[in-house]
Design a protein around this ligand. Sequence first.
Ligand SMILES: O=C(O)CCC(=O)C(=O)O
Ligand SMILES: [Fe+2]
Length: 350
Amino acid sequence: MPTSEHGTHKAFTELPVVDISLLFSEQLEDRVKAAKELDKAARDAGFLYLKGHQITPELMINLKQVVKEYFEQDVDSKMANYIGLSKNHSGYVPIGEEGFYSTEAKKPDLKEAYDIGPDSPSLMARFEKDANTQWPRHEGFKKHVKAYYDAMLSLSRVLFQGFALALGLPEDTFTQQLTVPPSQLRLIHYFDNPDAKETDSGIGAHTDYEFFTILLPTAPGLQVLNGSNEWINVPLVDDCFVINIGDMMEQVSNGLYVATSHRVRQVKEERYSFPFFSSLDYDTVVAPIESLIKNDDTSSYETIICGDHLLAQTIQTFSYLKEKSARGEIDLPENARTLLSFGKPEIKED
Ligand SMILES: O=C(O)CCC(=O)C(=O)O
Ligand SMILES: [Fe+2]
């Protein structure tokens, strides 16, 4: 495992803003120009605000509205679509379902969620070949959430092309393996909490497992660890998504782009947040790209299989999957990594 990569992040005090309008240009030289901006932000911070993404405001407005209505229902109604009832890891995730990083002794994160993935093949394809996404009956939910999922998938394609150019690789390096990726969209609801203290956790410090995440938050609360180990607030910026580098991008870029630690603090106001975790197809072999390995390189990222890595992390995180695993109904993929096994700096909580 590499040990010194954390030093590559700058001591930023706010996130860089990257306008990707030029990634949509017909001209390669324009796309390369935008990719250079992505490259700088990915190296310096591993986190950025994304402008010029061409996602229409209606998609986001409709998503926020229908998700708000959905979560307003009582818990019993929401539990009708409990994630543990699905065959492809989709559905309602009640408070306490996720033992993030096996810190069972810690208080559970104060949030509920609804997880969406592709129909088939899904993250659970090893166990269930034809398992479709579980949708609640709630009016308009499937229509608006699916439209948003599809838009995120398209945007992730553009960004995968941008990151390939940013790394000096052929533009289709990643997208050759982007057919039906097990990318998950999470709809997260952090409860309103007038008594929230600055130190109350909404979600503990972590890095994301995938290549990158496209995040749409509705309120402040997100914090990012900078190169000097300080937690930096991420306020909302109009018309921008927040993008962050995940574990697998760190791996393929041979540590050039580092997965940045982040966490969510409880804020007094109610908060929703919609991360789309961008991955490649299940069978994608994830290893440092040869042209990014230098002769004197001492880093040693071990090769992983994209979907197996995600599945392993998921099985070790969700209570219902831990129980299935204990009953012998599912097993961890071979060579599964334990949680937090990437070469991250020690994650500091205060
Ligand atoms: O709620 C947020 O702003 C971030 C959520 C997050 O980091 C995650 O779900 O991985
Ligand atoms: Fe995250």
